[in-house]
Design a protein around this ligand. Structure first.
Ligand SMILES: [Zn+2]
Length: 129
């Protein structure tokens, strides 16, 4: 995987400003026509000649829909987002608990407690395909 700077563009799906791209399947930089999955919303875009993002054409959409690699990237993104939501939930819980029961803790200490708590949560079973 390699990350590279690209011109800042709003995601056509969610409007988030994207200014970097990480290549998932090679160490190459994005080139015109490369497919992009927005980390924030999962929207699929295509790089223009100037490396800004646009929506795929109908023909590109059909091509992308059959690409298992893109599906794998979207699944990985969904899982990452779920884990980040889990972490935020646990962090809020730890902060609330400390506020009620304990002395004021540092940000590092809270992160430590969150890490320990997350490590104790069993992994979700994988969905059957
Ligand atoms: Zn987006």
């Amino acid at each position: 995987m390699a990350s590279s700077d690209v011109p800042a563009t709003a995601c056509p799906g969610c409007g988030r400003r994207n200014d970097a791209a990480t290549s998932v399947f090679s160490d190459s930089k994005p080139s015109p026509g490369s497919v992009s999955v927005c980390i924030a919303c999962g929207h699929i875009s295509v790089f223009n000649a100037d490396l800004t993002l646009r929506n795929p054409t109908d023909a590109e959409t059909r091509e992308i829909a059959g690409d298992r690699r893109i599906l794998a990237v979207q699944r990985a993104r969904d899982q990452l987002m779920q884990e980040l939501r889990d972490r935020a939930y646990v962090e809020d819980f730890v902060r609330e608990t400390i506020k009620k029961h304990g002395p004021l803790s540092t940000h590092e200490r809270i992160n430590e407690i969150v890490d320990v708590t997350l490590a104790r949560i069993p992994q979700r079973p994988r969905k059957r395909r």
